[in-house]
Design a protein around this ligand. Sequence first.
Ligand code: FE2
Ligand code: FE2
Length: 664
Amino acid sequence: MGNKEQFNGSIKSEISDIPSGRLITSRNWLEVGDVMSKDIITISSDQCVFSAAKIMSESHISCIIVIDSENVVGILTETDILKRIAANERSFDKIRVAEIMSSPVECVPRNLSVLEASRVMIRKHIKRLPILEEKQLVGIVTQTDLARTLTSYGMWKNAVDIMSRDVARVQTSTTVAEAAEVMASRNVSCVLALEGNEPKGIFTERDLLRKVVSLQKEPAHLKVEEVMSWPVISIPPDCSAFSAGKTMEKMKVRRLLVMEDKQLYGILTQTDIFMAVKKKLQEQEEENFSMLQRSESNIYTLNLDGKITYVNPAFMKLLEVSDPGELIGKTFLPERFWFNQKDRSQFLKEQKKDSIKAKELTLKTSKGRRIYVTLFSTFTKNIHGEINGSEGILYDITAKKELVTLRKTEQALRESKKRLSEQNARLEQMVQQRTSEIIEIRDVTVFALAKLAESRDPETGQHLERLRTYSQILAEVLREEGPYTNEIDEQFLEDLYRSSPLHDIGKIGIPDTILLKPGQLSVGEFEIMKRHTIIGAEAIECSATQNKSGSFLIMAAEVARSHHERFDGSGYPSGLSGRHISLAARIVALADVYDAITSSRVYKSAFEPRVAKNMIEKEKGKHFDPAVVDAFRAGWEDFVNVRGLVDSHKPELMESAASDDSRR
Ligand SMILES: [Fe+2]
Ligand SMILES: [Fe+2]
């Protein structure tokens, strides 16, 4: 049992030595070298048969090897001699060994497995195999040796199932010569000697050799009872083949009678056990091999040099190989199956060190497809515990690995998208910030320019700031209460806020003598003064065409040109009327006049807002757009709050001076 366990479970290849073409067995078979007998007795072919028989009898061996010039030329067995006795040959001292020996001799190498050696014996109908190593005779293995060994692998059949039922029988009184004839004619190595029906002994080839031939007795004059072996050893029919084998070994016999209650069932020979064991083991062997072939695990085996000795179909399928010849006999694994040659060198180094390993590898199939595998490998050992190779399995983890890679890529992509979106948001924020900075700088610049123009007239104070606010109040009321709801949107309000301070930018082109003159302007001077509308509009229009970004510049040009136009067409520079005057200019016109009336000048004091209001209202439909005047009324409280003047000034000057166009 212990042996059985020891031999099962590991895989060993016999590819190179097995003529049957089988690649692999399921067990670690003993080799014939392990069980052979090294005590070989040889004889030269020119010796006489008698000498050979004597040596065999004295040495308790059943055959002798015939050697000439160190070469094995034949083998002489008990059976060869038996056949001569049966043929009535008597003078063994005159017959040469060469004449009756079996030749040629079937020899085998010492590393052949015992199962394969038994196949050879059965195929060739022989019971002995000389073992050669480098052409030298090193031992001999007999059927007895193999039967003993194979039985130890496990053989649980009963004697009755495997015994020979056809037993050659003779009476004890039969002559040896007659018994030999029976044995030779029936091709058996023994006869059962009976007295009546009762078995008394067994007469075997060995008895013939030892007790007749080697003693030079006359077979024809000798009775079987004088030379037979007795008492006979019997076993019951249900005795196991294993026990029967042990009994034979212990009793030093090669045959057992199978008997129960004096009934003879048959005779069990060593050959019977040998054949039965071999048959059963071969069946198991084939079954195991078939299991390997059918297995879905990717299995391989290597010899001690790391060369591949077996791959199963699943393994070939994994590497997309159709011919096992692409792998067998090559180092595990050939270069073309590796994705990275450095991995291969590393693997070959490690492989020699560890007995058991699990390792992840990146391989390539014969078609170049990348595969990921986990390799599990273990050393295999022979019966003596010596490492004789390794075996292993590859697990295909490609799908799992690709999924992991896919997940990683997806994750990286998500992260990269997130980073990109964050970066975009930051950039957008920067652009917005920068844009508003630019707009702010532009507004400040434009306003600074307007202030610069205005600064030549030191008395105007915060005129631009107030005018801008008045304009916003008017536009907002007009948007909310009509009638210009559709024309005034957020952009209009923004443009108006920026453009209104530029209404008098053209005064830069008016000489100081006119601009700063205290008192009334002459008609000629006034004509020059009027030109500030055209100068300003043209200067702004010039900028507007060069700079597409400022829609307010277009409005600013309109305001600069038309803020002195009157609704009834009596204004300058073009005498436009009604809605021909741009809405922004109509709004700024009122804001400008109102601030002028409520501001003090070198030539006038400031009017009280209420007075200013009356003055404006009187100009409804004349100087000012009636809708803008209505808005002015509606936004009156806001107007007053702008300056913080709530009836704090007394009316001092004439109303006509307040609306003096020449000074705005
Ligand atoms: Fe003006
Ligand atoms: Fe003004």
